[in-house]
Ligand binder design. Structure first.
Ligand code: GUN
Length: 307
């Protein structure tokens, strides 16, 4: 029998090819915590984040718990507000008005999706744009689209940081963003344009997606269709960022998490790829902390933090 050679060089290269959201997010959280400590020490200001959860969607509950823990771990104040699924819209608006005026709160996030009885647009529009750490208020979305300084949505910010961990500059690169949601696809396109990438926007009605992807150096999948992006769509060496996360039935009656990218197939072709879980998801909360720190500094007229 011939022994299998364990080639450290190949394994290390494979590991590097997995864009390690866990490590990059941990580094970012540590940098935020350092800057928070400085702002507290030098200015006596503790950045504060208020998260509002309406109803008891299990996935949202997990996200909100994680935000609470990580906000506290970064040295910030965390305020959690849980309202029943049948809350009256006016009561939710009253809470947002209170948070808008609360000097201890610098960031407000209303966890989405909201129950059907509440109008999401009305709620988002009620948030003070200076505290809109989700970057969803039309003032911030418009500023981002216009190329002006803005609070930008956290998941797209995380996607850019992950991409830049692979490529120092995105200038002139061909990027494709699959998905056009306000939370991910649209703001991601704007952030990529700010990086001077050439951007194709694709979505559920786009034709010939495989051919569109084949030209892309950077592929962002944010459609919520598990394993839709296949290995033979990808240009060899491309960087693939998977924003999707769907729970699917797995072996032995268990469940498993799947992204929008067929990971095994695509990792044979791509130069770098984010895993699910452990990729983009890790970055979203880390970027929420960044936005809260930035909002606190802006509200108090302090210099932009070093993160
Ligand atoms: N639900 C899933 N992701 C997000 C997010 O980034 N912000 C909000 N508000 N809700 C979400």
């Amino acid at each position: 029998m011939t022994a299998r050679i364990i080639d450290g060089k190949i394994i290390a290269a494979e590991l590097r090819a997995r864009v390690a959201g866990i490590i990059i997010a941990a580094e970012l959280r540590a940098r935020v915590a350092g800057e928070v400590a400085r702002v507290v020490r030098e200015h006596g200001i503790t950045p504060g984040l208020a998260v509002v959860l309406v109803g008891s969607d299990p996935a949202s509950e997990i996200y909100v718990r994680s935000k609470h823990k990580q906000t506290q771990a970064a040295g910030m104040a965390s305020f959690e507000h849980v309202l029943p699924a049948d809350v009256a819209q006016n009561d939710l608006l009253a809470l947002i008005a209170k948070l808008n005026h609360d000097p201890a709160v610098h960031g407000i996030l209303v966890q989405l999706p909201l129950p059907k009885s509440v109008d999401t647009e009305t709620i988002i529009n009620a948030i003070d744009p200076a505290k809109d750490v989700d970057g969803l208020h039309p003032n911030n979305a418009g500023r981002l689209a216009g190329g002006f300084a803005a609070l930008s949505p956290c998941t797209p910010l995380g996607c850019i940081i992950l991409t830049k961990s692979v490529h120092a500059s995105l200038q002139g690169m061909n990027a494709i963003v699959i998905g056009r949601s306000n939370l991910v696809g649209r703001p991601l396109v704007q952030l990529l344009l700010n990086e001077n990438a050439t951007v194709t926007i694709a979505h559920s009605r786009s034709r010939e997606l495989a051919q569109l992807c084949a030209r892309a150096d950077l592929v962002y999948a944010a459609v919520g269709k598990p394993e839709m992006v296949r290995g033979d769509w990808i240009k060899p060496g491309a960087t693939v960022i998977d924003v999707g996360i769907t729970r699917l039935p797995g072996a032995d009656g268990k469940t498993r998490l799947a992204g929008d990218v067929a990971f095994q197939e695509v990792s044979n072709v791509a130069g770098a790829i984010t895993p699910v879980p452990g990729g983009v998801g890790q970055m979203t909360v880390a970027c929420l902390l960044v936005n809260t720190l930035r909002a606190a500094c802006a509200i108090h007229g302090l210099a932009k933090p070093g993160v």
